[in-house]
Design a binder for this molecule. Structure first.
Ligand code: ADP
Ligand code: MG
Length: 460
């Protein structure tokens, strides 16, 4: 791209975004280069880059495409040698220094060698992955694969809900393998891209090339494999690729949003193949993990904005309140720092509540006692009326206590309030029930599994 084109695009951005946004966020961008479908811009700070990526990245990309450029992604890297802000000149001199940028240094080998892989995100490394109870197994398995030693389980199948770190771990494996074993051909792509390439090969009558290419890699990683469910010819091709690589003892890593057996419209033979290796589940985050992730992010931001103060308790508050997924958590913190630095204020609890009101409202747990009673009754196959009724039979009293326990855990209701919803029981009865379950949980693994499942169902 010439700087002239960028000049024109900037004019369009100014019209679309308004003068203020334009001069704050677009004017300081310096176009660096366009290679392999990635348009690189230099930005003054990484926060700045994050902000522009989130808010305007798509606008910019679309405008670049509509001016005829093959752009798959726009990327923002921090410009280490500060440059004087440029005027929105139509023809400015080409930027002289092209310091090797982080994104460039980390570009996947796949792209360099014309493997049809997706670009790797330079931020998704093992260093930046916070390990906690919910993800420790997945992390350990990913580390093992990243060593590039003899294949000990194939495939590695990672699954879990949105935003729990599947893609992060896969990129981390690819980064690590690239530096540890540069001799290996590592291919990372999403299942959607796999399908797209396959369809393209069908259209171009180059299926043999496609097959050859995919069978020539040493490590194949396919992200979000649930995507190919129900897409018959792609599934078929995936199955053959998969088998060919396993036969050659090449490592395969797969991710999905659920366990292999639970993916609807996926062929049985594929399901059973996927279950042959190591299937690991990324559990929903717990409080400690969320706090750890927030602390890591906050440390990065603190380096970036010297002088920005974050009051004690703010991170704890966020870890407690935003339980949905890590992406939302990160977004919240980014917005908070952006806001605080714009207004030049300390990040206090008040500021946090103002700035994040919408996110906090959306992640409020809205589980009700009635829902809990209904789900628990269903799970243990008892009548809903028995939840509040007087029966003392163990087969009924125990589920009732489970419901009491969950009501205490998942709702903000007090013990007397809970008592009222359980047929007017006394608060000491509720307390006894809660304690009983806590006690049993430690020794009764069936019960603790039940509780985990119920919690997950109720919070979904
Ligand atoms: P998924 O692919 O499971 O939907 P991602 O890997 O895209 O989730 O993660 C979403 C965001 O959360 C990414 O920015 C990622 O870096 C971050 N993230 C998730 N888990 C962790 C973790 N354990 N430590 C640090 N960052 C994490
Ligand atoms: Mg993902």
């Amino acid at each position: 791209m010439t700087n002239e084109t960028w000049g024109e695009i900037r004019e369009q951005l100014q019209k679309r975004l308004g003068k203020n946004n334009y001069s704050t966020w677009i004017e300081p961008l310096v176009f660096a280069e366009l290679t392999d479908g990635v348009a690189q811009f230099e930005v003054p700070t990484s926060f700045f880059g994050d902000w522009v990526r989130r808010n305007y990245g798509d606008h910019i990309r679309k405008l670049l495409i509509s001016s005829g450029l093959g752009v798959e992604r726009v990327d923002f890297t921090v410009n280490t040698a500060p440059r004087t802000a440029t005027k929105p000149a139509v023809a400015e001199p080409a930027p002289a220094a092209k310091a090797p940028t982080r994104a460039k240094a980390m570009r996947s080998r796949a792209a360099d060698e014309d493997l049809p892989g997706a670009p790797l995100d330079a931020r998704f490394t093992f260093d930046t992955f916070v390990v906690g109870k919910p993800n420790e197994l997945a992390h350990a398995a990913a580390r093992r694969v990243a060593e590039g030693g003899p294949v000990s389980f194939n495939p590695l199948f990672l699954y879990g809900g949105v935003g729990l770190g599947k893609t992060h771990l896969m990129h981390a494996i690819a980064h690590d393998l690239q530096s540890r074993r540069p001799d290996l051909r590592v291919l990372y792509l999403s299942a959607e891209q796999f399908m797209y390439r396959f369809v393209q090969a069908l259209r171009d009558r180059s299926v043999m090339d496609f097959k050859e290419l995919f069978r020539s890699v040493d490590v194949l990683m396919v992200d979000d494999v649930q995507f190919i469910a129900g897409k018959d010819s792609t599934q078929e091709e995936f199955f053959h690729t998969f088998n060919a690589l396993v036969d050659q003892n090449k490592q395969i890593v797969i991710s999905a949003d659920r366990a292999p057996g639970e993916i609807k419209d996926l062929e049985e033979r594929i399901k059973s193949r996927l279950q042959c290796g190591l299937v690991v589940d990324l559990h929903p985050t717990d409080y400690e993990l969320r706090l750890g992730i927030l602390q890591q992010k906050a440390d990065q931001y603190r380096d970036q904005y010297r002088g920005l103060v974050i009051a004690p308790g703010v991170l704890e508050f966020l870890a407690h309140r935003i339980t949905t997924n890590v992406r939302v958590l990160e977004g919240a913190l980014t917005r908070l720092f952006a806001f605080a630095s714009l207004v030049g204020r300390e990040i206090t609890l008040d500021l946090t509540q103002d700035c994040l009101a919408d996110i906090l409202r959306a992640s409020d747990r809205k589980v009700t006692i009635e829902e809990i009673q209904r789900k628990v009754a269903e799970h243990y196959n008892i009548r809903l009326s028995d939840m509040i009724g007087p029966k003392r039979l163990r087969t009924i009293a125990r589920p009732r206590q489970v419901a009491m326990y969950l009501s205490k855990q998942l709702t903000p209701r007090s013990l007397p309030e809970i008592g009222r919803r359980f047929g007017g029981r006394d608060h000491t009865t509720i307390m006894h029930g809660v304690r009983k379950i806590e006690e049993l949980m430690a020794t009764d693994s069936q019960l603790s599994d039940d509780l985990q499942l119920l919690k997950r169902l109720l919070q979904a």
